[in-house]
Structures are given as C-alpha cells and as structure tokens.
Write a new protein. Structure first.
Ligand code: ADP
Length: 170
C-alpha cells in the first residue's frame, strides 16, 4: 500500500522505519528538530554522525536511530531562505529527492519528514509544504507498486495547515 499522510506532533516519537532530520552541514547537532532527535537517540547518534564528515546543502546521509523508535535517521541539510534568490527551491527539492534515493537503497517502507528549512532556516512554510508534497507524490508515482508510507509531521497548527493546503492545491 502507498500512503501520504499529515501528522501532528513530535517526530522523535514515531515508530517508522526512518525519520528525517533537518540537520546543519556539520551533522553535529543543533537546535530545533535536530536537537530533539539527538536527545532522543542518545550519544551514539552523535558518534556515528562524527564519522560522516558533514553533509552539503541539498544532500542526505543515513545513520541508525539508536534509542529512537525509528530504525534509521536520514540527515538532510536544507537551504537557508534568502528571499528565493539562491536556488533555495531546487536545493529543497534536492533534499527530498536524496532522502527518497536512500529510501530505495535502504529498503525503507515508512518515512516521516519534519518541515525541512522552515524553522531556523526561515523557508516560507507554504512554499516548503508545496515542495514536500509534490516531491512525495512524484516519488510515489515513480516507485511503482512498492509499499511506501510517507508522513509529514507538523509541529504546530500553522505547519499542519500549510501541508493541508499544499495537498489540496497540487
Ligand atoms: P531548519 O534549520 O531546517 O529550519 P528547524 O529544526 O529549525 O530546522 O525547523 C524545521 C521544522 O521542524 C520547523 O517547522 C519546526 O517547527 C519543526 N520541528 C521542531 N522540532 C520538531 C519535532 N520535535 N518534531 C517535528 N518537527 C519539529
């Protein structure tokens, strides 16, 4: 079965195959969802992240989930929004595509995404939600008959509404 859903709450509590971390290029932890994931996964996550030598904007790297209910964490680095003039949209699309590449390579069936770049990196939520939903739909179309469940996690009512509007409009 294939599904795309929107869920409210803390991504670290989800029992899915993989959760996505909106990381920074060092992969050594930070605030927001990154901090929450590292706190919930425990120190071994940071240890594995240290061995990865960082991650470029628009790229993604995978680690184990350690103490998280999720088996895997896919760390991706979203673009900082600077008015839409620095290829932010294609970089954000690339984040989702690279995550889906790892989904295929690692045989992941269920994955949960936070709203990448929409916190400290200030990407406008409505635009980010449109990118997220359209990339997921593209992936589901491309992926044929495989079992894939994609969850978009909203941390507050504004992000939930942005996902709902984007899903409605696409
Ligand atoms: P970025 O630096 O990519 O903007 P942030 O972590 O600052 O990353 O924010 C990304 C999004 O994740 C924001 O919409 C924020 O509200 C949301 N967020 C923060 N903590 C959590 C959490 N525990 N679970 C799910 N989403 C979260």
């Amino acid at each position: 079965m294939k599904s795309l859903s929107i869920s409210w709450g803390d991504i670290t509590s989800l029992k899915v195959d993989a959760i996505v971390n909106a990381a920074n290029p060092t992969l050594l932890g930070g605030g927001g969802v990154d901090g929450a994931i590292h706190r919930a996964a425990g120190p071994k996550l940071l240890e594995e992240c240290r061995s990865l030598n960082g991650c470029a904007v628009g790229e993604a790297k995978i680690t184990r989930g350690y103490e998280l209910p999720a088996t895997w964490v896919i760390h991706t680095v979203g673009p900082v929004w600077v008015g839409g003039t620095r290829s932010e949209e294609s970089l954000l699309q690339s984040c989702y595509r690279r995550c889906f590449d790892l989904v295929v390579e690692t045989n992941i069936n269920s994955i949960a995404f936070p709203a990448i770049s929409t916190g400290a990196y200030r990407y406008p939520l409505d635009r980010a939600a449109t990118v997220a939903i359209s990339e997921a739909q593209e992936f589901l179309k491309r992926n044929g008959s495989g079992d894939k469940n994609i969850v978009f996690v909203g941390f507050n009512s504004t992000s939930i509404e942005a996902y709902q509007t984007a899903a409605w409009e696409i």
